[in-house]
Design a protein around this ligand. Structure first.
Ligand SMILES: *Cc1c(COP(=O)(O)O)cnc(C)c1O
Length: 402
């Protein structure tokens, strides 16, 4: 099919919930994708922070194919080695205690919410518990996850949502303290806000939340679905703050293209929350998805992917600083590791820059607050950073001209 035929057929039959870029991707290789006409694009969005290892990383395909030939699915009524290994890996890497695997990020959030409510229920028998979430957050599109997503545009058409959620200001500890009462069972936040516009939690905010939660036996839930898996220079972003969550969620890069997520609980939460009958998933933790988690884990360890993120981050940061210095339309630069954002003043918008960059061979996406969002594959090199920066420089220049 031609690119236009693919676009037309898609728009005819697929429910229009996405305004897609006019590009039909045929295949990927390394840090590039190719459209159906064979044109190459440098990929600085990585399937929205999914393709941490780029496309066809050595050994990854082989691991998946090996599992395809053994068994794809067993249900959760039997044991299998891929699950046992993946669970050990995820739990050890977080320093927490037990994991439940899901098929997506939103489902990981759903599980975290249920675990937190059950923990509080077992403690005081009430069923009117509250969760404190953050404004400008993003936790997913299912009703529970949407209920803790602090974005009126996403929420309003779907009310009534799940009750018992109140919203504080991100990076404002006092605003959280004001909302705490004897019904509060959890505080949920992204360690680095992604969709909201790339806002890292400030150290004093996160350590303050940890103290507050410890003092009141409130569970701290950190959503590392986007910022986890080495993206900020440590396997999990929270470890840079010297705090540990009671529950952590992950997904996106966990399977590097195979749909999988997880929520991970510390010992006290795992011991006193979900029990048989409380939660489940037909596909969750299936052998195929777990083979991806295991392959990704092996590659991260063997090839020291997180070390590479640390090494390349200063170069990447400097490239984005230069773009901001040169272009008056870029008003702010924020982020951590290979999760960074440039904020625009509206002329041009980040969206216009992303569209122009696509025409010039670069895939890049936006986030809230008119931000151009950089979440490239973690294996990106200096040469590719130069290439992306040159395309963006030219794109912004072309759009800044009156
Ligand atoms: C993408 C994302 C989610 C939702 O994940 P899905 O797999 O799309 O359901 C939740 N939280 C954060 C921080 C995300 O970036």
């Amino acid at each position: 099919m031609t690119q236009q035929e693919i676009i037309d057929l898609t728009e005819q039959y697929v429910l229009h919930t996405y305004n897609r870029f006019p590009l039909a991707i045929d295949r990927g290789e390394g840090v590039r994708v190719f459209d159906t006409e064979g044109r190459a694009y440098l990929d600085f969005m990585a399937g929205i922070a999914v393709y941490a290892l780029g496309y066809h990383y050595p050994g990854f395909d082989e691991a998946l194919i090996g599992q395809v030939k053994k068994v794809l699915h067993t249900s959760n009524l039997y044991y299998h080695e891929p699950l046992a290994k993946a669970a050990e890996h995820v739990v050890r890497s977080t320093g927490l205690s037990k994991v439940f695997f899901t098929n997506s990020g939103a489902e990981a959030i759903e599980g975290a919410i249920k675990a937190a409510r059950k923990y509080a229920f077992l403690k005081d028998g009430r069923n009117d518990h509250e969760i404190i979430a953050m404004k400008d957050s993003f936790h997913g599109r299912s009703v529970g996850a949407l209920s803790v997503t602090g974005n009126a545009h996403y929420q309003d058409p779907f009310r009534p949502l799940m009750g018992g959620v109140v919203f504080a200001d991100f990076n404002d500890l006092e605003s959280v303290k004001r909302l705490v009462n004897d019904r509060t069972c959890a505080v949920i936040l992204e360690t680095v806000q992604g969709e909201g516009g790339i806002f890292p939690a400030e150290p004093a905010f996160l350590t303050g939340l940890r103290e507050l939660c410890d003092e009141k036996d409130i569970l701290l839930i950190l959503d590392e679905i986007q910022c986890g898996m080495g993206r900020t220079g440590t396997m999990w972003a929270f470890s840079q703050y010297g705090v540990k969550p009671d529950i952590m969620t992950c997904a996106k890069a966990l399977g590097c293209g195979v749909p999988v997520g997880a929520f991970v609980l510390n010992e006290k939460t795992a011991e006193r929350s979900l029990v048989p009958g409380d939660h489940g998933s037909t596909y969750g933790g299936n052998p195929f998805a777990m083979s991806a988690v295991n392959a990704v884990a092996e590659i991260f360890g063997r090839d020291r992917i997180v070390d590479h993120v640390q090494r390349i981050t200063p170069y990447f940061t400097e490239a984005l600083d230069s773009l901001m210095e040169k272009h008056p339309s870029v008003t702010a630069h924020r982020g951590a590791g290979l999760m960074q954002g440039l904020e625009f003043n509206g002329t041009p918008t980040a969206g216009q820059v992303a569209a122009e960059a696509l025409r010039r061979g670069l895939l890049i996406i936006t986030a809230g607050h008119d931000v151009l969002r950089f979440v490239p594959p973690l294996i990106i090199t200096e040469k590719e950073i130069d290439e992306a920066a040159a395309i963006l420089d030219a794109s912004i220049s072309a759009l800044e001209k009156p």
